[in-house]
Design a protein around this ligand. Sequence first.
Ligand SMILES: Nc1ncnc2c1ncn2[C@@H]1O[C@H](COP(=O)(O)OP(=O)(O)OP(=O)(O)O)[C@@H](O)[C@H]1O
Length: 616
Amino acid sequence: MASFDLDLSLFNRWRLVQFVVMMEEDVVFESQLELDKRRVKLYLTSTEIFWECEEKDGVHEEPKKSLLNKHNRRIQISEIITVQTEHTSHNETGFTGIELKNTESNTCAIYTIRRAHKYKWRERKITLVSKDCASCQLLIDAIKEQLKKYTENRPKRLLLFVNPYGGKKRGPKIYAEKIEPLFELAKIQVDVVVTQRANHAKDIVSDYDLGRIDGIICVGGDGMFSEILHGLLLRTLKDSGIHTLGPSIPLIQPQLRIGIIPAGSTNTVVHSTTGADDPVTSALHIILGDNMAIDVTTLHHSNHFLCFNVSLLGYGFYGDVIVDSEDKRWMGPKRYDWSGLKKTLSNNSYEGEVTFLPGPNKHLHPKDGSRCLLGCKVCNEAALSYASGEPHTPDGFGDDAWRRVRGKFLAINSFTMSCRCEKSPEGVAPCCHLGDGCLDLVLVHETSRIDYIRHLWRCTAKKDNQFDMDFIQVHRVRQFKFRPLIDDDDVIDDCAEAHPDGQQTLKSHVKQGSCNSVWNSDGEPIEQAAIDVRVHCQAIKLFARGIEEYDSDDQITCGASSGNIEQKRHVERLVAGNIAEVTHVDNYVCLVAGNIEQVTHIMDHYVCLVAGDVSF
Ligand SMILES: Nc1ncnc2c1ncn2[C@@H]1O[C@H](COP(=O)(O)OP(=O)(O)OP(=O)(O)O)[C@@H](O)[C@H]1O
């Protein structure tokens, strides 16, 4: 017999949600239909569609099929991709006595999204059969009417770049097989460019008629995104008459949003803004017209603009890794592991001086345990505060707000976002915010190899204690400057000026264990070591919404059979890859769901199992 170990508060939360929803909504349309060969009564409100099963022969039977079970009978209008008639033959309709003409249909298909495993989204199709074609058309018209207000911000035409060279070189295949059909379904026109060389996309963006499109998409990795970001930000400045970007000039937020379909090696930006490194999820965020603004940092050397940065900016360890890995692209994403291992063993450290201007709120810091999630309060407040002028330095930092740290550093890392990736699910800087106008500055002082390995190891764990080590200092800052030091009193402006020939020179320079490392800015090496860095609050918009809350407490542990592997597999097939994470712990099947809807959905599956499919 199955045993259920459920947190009852989940039920209460669900009931509360249902109650509030029912109280708030006004039904604007209702209809009797057929769904999964069962009669249902469907209701349309301004925000959602829901349905209930009708009694059959006077008996209200609770069906077991997924779309009909009681916790899965809702569609948010805002999440509908499209609604259209679908042509089925007379026999397939299930409704008796219907005469269909060839060109007409009494079948309506609603395409929407479903939350699959954790942050991943998938397309979901719901087929509804009306009693006749006219009723079907009325239903479609009514849904389209409600959908109008949500489609205003959705893209109709996109410029899309596919990088055939990034990651495992799967960009073109990912686009053709997974993404193009979804954009066709959503009736989005796409101008596709397969890039022929580095900076091809940037050059096109600098001249393109941007008024024709609603967004720019890249199918590639962080490098490809960075290229488009540069093209779009510089183009926006140029269109506003700014041709030279001095260190004190604020960025102008472009009108267009950028979307990222991940097909690179690390895909940090997409992972940190959607929670998933998944092409289909990203395409669905684009189709629904999601919109969020993220911070951009500018790098200057001697008042000359160098580049923009949005994720990791690292000197020392990460700089050495990028230089070492650049000629190992043939290894694919594994090149970072190989070069990372080499550089960890060499344990080089570099002398320098960091000065920084702290963030405006001293209670917010890189170890405060917070997470930047969908609707983040910290980012929303920062946007308001920056909109009304540059924020003040917090009390307690004194008149001379700039702080100074000198020393020998194994790494100087600045994070403008949490930098989540496959290897670090919570991010290398887990408390960092996407749009708060600040960056998290991590100073890793010279230490032993083993201690640094411990730090790197902790970065990959789900706990966020990687900064609780005595050789690491963290600060949340608005601006910082770095100057390499030859010796204690000799601050030089740019050691790399002695090596102006680019990467080869930089590589031999780093290899010789020379005075300086290089900066790794979003995966690109920067020659100049002496830099000035400034954060620009929410300077670029993305087709994303931030990471949806994933409540790890919404967990059900359900008793499974005593060691019968077949029965466990049966459970796994029913729910795995669909709504929850499934793991086996001794004789228990452990299900972890992303939200209350998924939890209740899982319970229904288990009720089905107990009712007959499997006896525990
Ligand atoms: N056809 C091409 N040939 C060579 N390089 C290209 C081409 N198209 C684009 N690029 C360059 O490839 C670089 C890397 O691409 P991308 O970021 O997509 O992959 P990645 O480096 O493997 O992934 P990640 O940046 O996530 O680690 C980009 O900076 C881009 O300028």
